[in-house]
Structures are given as C-alpha cells and as structure tokens.
Design a protein around this ligand. Sequence first.
Ligand SMILES: Nc1nc2c(ncn2[C@@H]2O[C@H](COP(=O)(O)OP(=O)(O)OP(=O)(O)O)[C@@H](O)[C@H]2O)c(=O)[nH]1
Ligand SMILES: [Mg+2]
Ligand SMILES: [Zn+2]
Length: 351
Amino acid sequence: MSDAESIERLRRIGWRDDVLPAAGLRLARVVAQHRAGYELHDGETLFGAQPDGRFLKRGIDPAERPVVGDFVELADGTPPHIVSVRPRRSTLSRAAAGERYERQLIATNIDYVLVLTGLDGDFNPARIERYLSLTEGSGAQPVVLLSKVDTRDDVAEQIAALRTRLPTDTPIHTLNGKDPASVTLLAPYLQPGDSAVLVGSSGAGKSTLTNTLLGSATMATAAVRSHDSRGRHTTTHRALLQLPSGGCLIDTPGMRELKLTGDENLDLFADIEALAEQCRFADCGHGSEPGCAVQVALDTGELAPGRWRNYLKLHDEREEQAATLEARLRRQRGGRPIEQPRGHRGQRERD
Ligand SMILES: Nc1nc2c(ncn2[C@@H]2O[C@H](COP(=O)(O)OP(=O)(O)OP(=O)(O)O)[C@@H](O)[C@H]2O)c(=O)[nH]1
Ligand SMILES: [Mg+2]
Ligand SMILES: [Zn+2]
C-alpha cells in the first residue's frame, strides 16, 4: 500500500497528519480498552493488541499508557504489540475518584467535547460548568448539548438561564437524541477527520445519541429511573465509533465523580475573578466587608448566587487538587522545588 493510500485509510479513524510515522511500524487508533487488552482500528480492520511490557510497569504515570482515542504504533506479533503512543493533540482528563491523586484520561485526540445533559431531572448548570472547567486546557472545544427536548415544552427559561451562565462562544444546542432529523445539527462537529467525545451523567442519552448518529443500535441503552431521571450505568467502557458522516465519536460511561485535576484555569469564571479584584480590601472574604464588589453584584442580580457558589466550590477544589499534585510532583523529583507550570491562579477566596 502506498503512503497516500495509507493516509487515506487512516483519515477514516481521525488521523490528521499528511505524513506517516516511521517506516515499518503499523499505525492504528485505540477504539476500546478491556482488562484483557486493547481493541484497535487501522481504518480497515478491527483487531486486538497487547501493550508492550513497559506500559505495565508499576509506578508508570497512567497518562503514559495508551487510552481510547490514542494513535499507537505497533510491532508485529500475534497479537500485535503497542510499542508507542503518538503525541496527543488534545487530552481530556479528570482526577480519579478516591483518596489517592491520580489523573485519569477520558479521551485523547479529540476536537470537541460534547457535554450532554438531559432536560429532565438531570439538568444541572453547576455540573455543566464543572465539565466546561475540565475541558479548558484539554485542547478541545466544548459544546453543550441538552437532550430530551421532545419530553418538555417549558424549557425556554432553563435554557436562557444557562445561556447567561456560560461564555457566549460556547455553543448550546437542544436535541432529541432519538430523532435522526434532530441530531443533524451536530454535523459541523463530526466532519471527516473530526473526533468528538460525549460526556455526561448516566442516563443523559449518550448512547442513544451515538446510535442515532450511527444509524444502528450498536450501543446498549436503558431507561432512567422515573423518580429522579438517573441512569443505570448502562455503558461500562469507552468506545470510539466511526460515523457515516466521516467523523469519529467516543461514547463514555456516565461518570459519578468528576474531580478537577488542579490544572484548570477556571477561565469560565474570569469575570468573577476580575470582580473580586475590585473589592476595597485585597483580602476581602466577600461576606459582610464594606466595599465588597461581589456582594454588590449579588445584590443587583448581576451575579447569580448559584454561579457564585459553584465558582467557590470549583475554585477551592482546584486549589486543593493543585496542592496535592504539586506535592506529588515534588516527591517524584526527590524533594527539589519545581516551577509551577500552571496558568494564573486567583487568590484564595475563603479561609
Ligand atoms: N425522549 C427522549 N428520550 C431519550 C433521549 N435521549 C435518551 N433518551 C432515553 O434516555 C434513556 C437513557 O439513555 P442512554 O442512551 O442509555 O443514556 P447514557 O447517557 O448512554 O447512559 P449510561 O450509558 O448509563 O451512561 C433511554 O431510555 C433513552 O431512550 C431524548 O433525546 N429523548
Ligand atoms: Mg450509555
Ligand atoms: Zn469582596
């Protein structure tokens, strides 16, 4: 096969470069990861592969291991072995739930993060802000999707309130994930060569939407609980699928906990950080201090209380995670102080 043919084939799985990696190595994309190994696709065939021994070593940063969305190079064998992971053009990650700080990669080499929320009991602007904070710095663009619009006729106010909370350049779309005509609005994000990851709570309709875009019932779906609209964690593994549109879509399991990694800038709340700098006292606690710009904005309604509360929560969580991350990096480097690579950080708002 010529290089041009190989590139053409790899385009189907989202390869963007006009050149192929080192001669002799086969290139493929990780479409699923199981306990027993990886499922890869090379644009033509789906096949199994094992990671090279170095990826299994204890103490290796989990971020170095191949994950869904990665382009990997393979050495021949039965089954083939993943020998290296190509540099990633974007990475969506979260901190893993639990005590120990561990960064968990959700998907890589994606162009869009489709944040899906149901317009039922699932609707929660604070959670959407959390997803958007995690998306900042990933290298991918966030797109907010509100599903189940067919089940409600009184959502205009909800949507308008959400619109005022999010940056004006963040698209918000409503859709019925079961209706092929409705999901055509996603076409701009799923062009040939594009890769998108669907995230959102269990039951939001990620797999339903995936199936409609695929035109086949590939992913299992299940009804949500009627009293609280919660899903049943039907999808258990991330899966990268090639869509008829030519784009690639990664369906993910609904995530219970989405901890910040400590790397976020919280650009989403830049206006609040600017506001807090206008308080009369540099160390204003934004409680009952005189000349508090935040209190004034809350009183006039310019700043929504829910958004302010969520900012405080995410801000404190990020600070805590950043401190944990810093301590871990220092331990790894044998106690030497490190340069902070992170972007600007606001002052602590609360003691
Ligand atoms: N009416 C309506 N029902 C929807 C829509 N999207 C999803 N559903 C229903 O919502 C339920 C949950 O959908 P799933 O696609 O399984 O949800 P999920 O986000 O994949 O959930 P997990 O795999 O558990 O994370 C199913 O009964 C779907 O039929 C929609 O836009 N309109
Ligand atoms: Mg699912
Ligand atoms: Zn203040």
